[in-house]
Ligand binder design. Structure first.
Ligand SMILES: [Zn+2]
Length: 342
């Protein structure tokens, strides 16, 4: 079984990165506080110089921040009394270089604060991170290398059964299996969501797995997902059919009645943003009561069908990295919006 990496590990990694970012921010704050303090001292000295009669010319001589060559005792005393005990004339002179070096020396090298390449967060602290904290999205790239035609109940307690995983469609021009396409898109979406501070759990990250639709739903349930997104592409006997539509669970008492409304809300957002991002034909929403992965889900769930691989033009588009990025952009916007982030 190709279980994804344990969520505890991912959570710990997220916490570690959050703490290191916070520590770096704190060090920066200290550095800027020092800089601010130094600026106050400089202003006080300059003001005192300007006020003390003969210092006027020197203030414009380009050395106004230096300690006056011949300070009067009263000036010295006045400056000293306004400063904390640790600050002296010599430290005043050295302020610029001290501050500069303290900023650079207290900051960890930028490379060490980068996540390891296998993790899912962006390089820069995302602006939406604080509001995204604790949000979990489970991404399920549909299908797998080989379908599993053993059957499982379509819902808890159901006598009706369907294959555990079907094999999906394939590109009519490219020959790309649906499972390969949707995995590529899901991995991009994972990185995009993670860059916004969302914790992402994947049902699979490789082709070589065997995970049934019940198991995928259970994984989302166990993760406590705020949204379970199942990514698929479509196929049809009619190669003229193209466009995007988004499926969501119909309300079935005891199965999906507790998640149907939220799922529909997510589906509406996803459909809208996918069409806006790609310009694809809008095929609307479909409420479905026959899908195992919906009926076993205890968390809001949606299934965008991102295009028809049996349509030559759409198959070519779906294989294009730039078009995939548009899909990812639309999905990201919709998911952030559904989660109330950003
Ligand atoms: Zn599919």
């Amino acid at each position: 079984m190709g279980r994804p990496p344990s969520r505890d590990k991912e959570t710990q990694e997220l916490i570690r990165r959050f703490q290191s970012r916070r520590a770096r921010r704190r060090r920066l704050n200290v550095a800027f506080a020092c800089l601010g303090g130094a600026a106050v001292v400089v202003v006080v000295v300059a003001a005192v110089l300007l006020l003390s009669g003969d210092a006027g010319n020197r203030a414009f001589s380009g050395s106004s921040t230096d300690t006056p060559g011949e300070p009067t005792t009263t000036l010295e005393e006045r400056v000293m009394t306004t400063l904390p005990p640790s600050t002296s004339d010599s430290s005043l002179n050295a302020v610029p270089s001290i501050t500069a070096s303290s900023v650079t020396s207290t900051l960890p090298p930028t490379t060490t604060s980068q996540p390891p390449p296998t993790t899912t967060t962006s390089q820069s602290p995302p602006t939406t991170a604080p509001r995204a904290a604790g949000k979990i999205v489970v991404l399920d790239p549909g299908h797998q290398a080989k379908g599993d035609f053993n059957t499982e109940p379509v819902g808890p307690g159901s006598t009706e059964k369907k294959p555990k995983v079907s094999s999906g469609t394939a590109g009519v021009v490219t020959g790309t299996p649906e499972s390969v396409l949707v995995l590529a898109v899901a991995l991009k979406l994972r990185d995009s969501l993670a860059s916004h501070g969302i914790q992402v759990v994947m049902t699979r990250t490789t082709q070589d797995v065997n995970i049934s639709n019940i198991e995928r739903a259970q994984l989302a349930n166990e993760a406590g997902a705020d949204l379970f997104v199942r990514i698929h592409a479509d196929g049809s006997d009619n190669s003229a059919i193209n466009g995007i539509h988004t499926l969501y669970p119909a309300s079935i008492k005891g199965w999906t009645d507790d998640i149907a409304a939220a799922s529909k809300q997510a589906a509406e957002l996803i459909q809208k943003e996918l069409i806006a991002a790609t310009g694809a034909r809008d095929r609307g929403l479909d409420a479905r009561s026959d899908m195992t992965g919906f009926n076993w889900s205890d968390v809001p769930t949606v299934l965008p069908e991102i295009g028809f691989m049996t349509n030559p033009d759409e198959d070519r588009l779906l294989a294009n990295g730039a078009y995939q990025n548009k899909i990812v952009q639309g999905l990201t916007r919709a998911i952030l919006s559904f989660l109330g982030v950003g």
